[in-house]
Design a protein around this ligand. Structure first.
Ligand SMILES: [Zn+2]
Ligand SMILES: [Zn+2]
Length: 327
């Protein structure tokens, strides 16, 4: 099969003739129809996350059709369309798994990081971590829901019932979260890179009430903010933008170092937290909600072989909505 493979930092190599993976007992073999490109892929390729499997097929927002299944597969059949997310396997036994926090499992395995992912024609996945994909999405439209949607949803849930919600970094996750937040009756304030009027217009087209540069203070104090951009210096800015008792959620897996800042920014019961991975329950809740909104994704599709170029466009902020690779 054809695949894009990471063997060392920074560059994916194109392979045309590697054997397709074989499904083990509880695994399905999926013919990949689309795989969205996440900022986490960029962190993996750039060597910013420790201990990736090498060589590695990246990609953890996979949509495809099951073409073969292991002997222990119970919930899906060949011909079913499924989504494969970042969380690829958990132990089911540790204190986190047993307390509804499998996202923090000590032994968790992650698609496109410690397991091979979807920058390929075929991928295997444990069926217990796959999601069915609703009919009303095309393959490429559904792909960004698998991480931008899921992690975005978990980040949004961390803000409780915040009415005025700031979002820093208006990319794939933000464009989904903004739609869900608006549906829930929240006001969304979008913050982008300085002078990125295209991203600000895009945010406004999705119904945000205000869009401006990250350094600009919003017109009113916010109840919560989510930071999707991997930029540590946004943390004090976001803390400054939230009212007393407000929450700032860091939604990314990696961030540049946080600058030191006066305690005053955290004082008055402001909360700063991060979001790690997802649980299967997040997935069930999010996909049900996405149907009700209904969430529409804005995508740009590219051939699989262009993965390196797509990653550098993402690095430079040149992707509008979500980039999706199509084998
Ligand atoms: Zn992701
Ligand atoms: Zn566990």
């Amino acid at each position: 099969m054809r695949a894009m493979i990471l063997k060392g930092p920074r560059q994916l190599l194109q392979a045309a003739d590697i054997p397709a993976p074989r499904p083990e007992a509880t695994q399905v073999l999926v013919k990949v129809a689309a795989c969205a490109v996440c900022r986490t892929d960029l962190h993996v390729v750039d060597g910013e996350l420790p201990g990736p499997k090498l060589p590695l097929v990246p990609g953890h927002e996979i949509v495809g059709v099951i073409v073969e299944k292991g002997t222990g597969v119970q919930h899906f059949n060949t011909g079913d369309r499924v989504g494969i997310p970042w969380l690829g396997w958990t132990c089911g036994k540790c204190e986190f798994c047993r307390s509804g926090r499998e996202n923090l499992c000590h032994q968790a395995k992650f698609t496109g990081y410690t397991l091979d992912g979807g920058y390929a024609e075929f991928a295997v996945a444990d069926e217990r971590f796959c999601f069915p994909i609703a009919q009303n999405y095309s393959d490429a439209e559904a792909a960004p829901l698998l991480c931008a949607g899921l992690i975005g949803y978990r980040s949004l849930a961390k803000t409780g019932n915040a009415k005025r919600l700031g979002i820093y970094g208006f990319g794939a996750a933000a464009h989904i979260v903004a739609q869900v937040a608006k549906f829930q009756g929240r006001e969304v304030y979008a913050f982008t890179r300085r002078g990125d009027s295209q991203a600000q217009e895009f945010a406004k087209s999705l119904g945000v009430v205000w869009a401006n540069d990250s350094e600009t203070q919003p017109p009113v104090p916010l109840d919560a903010a989510i930071i999707f951009a991997p930029v540590g210096s946004l943390v004090p800015l976001a803390l400054k933008a939230v009212a007393k008792g407000g929450t700032v959620v860091c939604g990314g897996i990696h961030m540049s170092d946080l600058p030191s800042f006066p305690y005053d920014l955290l004082w008055q019961e402001r909360t700063l937290c991060s979001v790690a991975n997802l649980t299967r329950r997040d997935g069930e809740e999010f996909f049900a909600l996405a149907q009700k909104v209904p969430v529409r994704t804005t995508i740009q599709t590219f051939p699989l072989a262009e993965a390196n170029a797509v990653l550098s466009r993402l690095r430079n902020g040149q992707i509008h909505g979500a980039a999706v690779l199509v084998p």
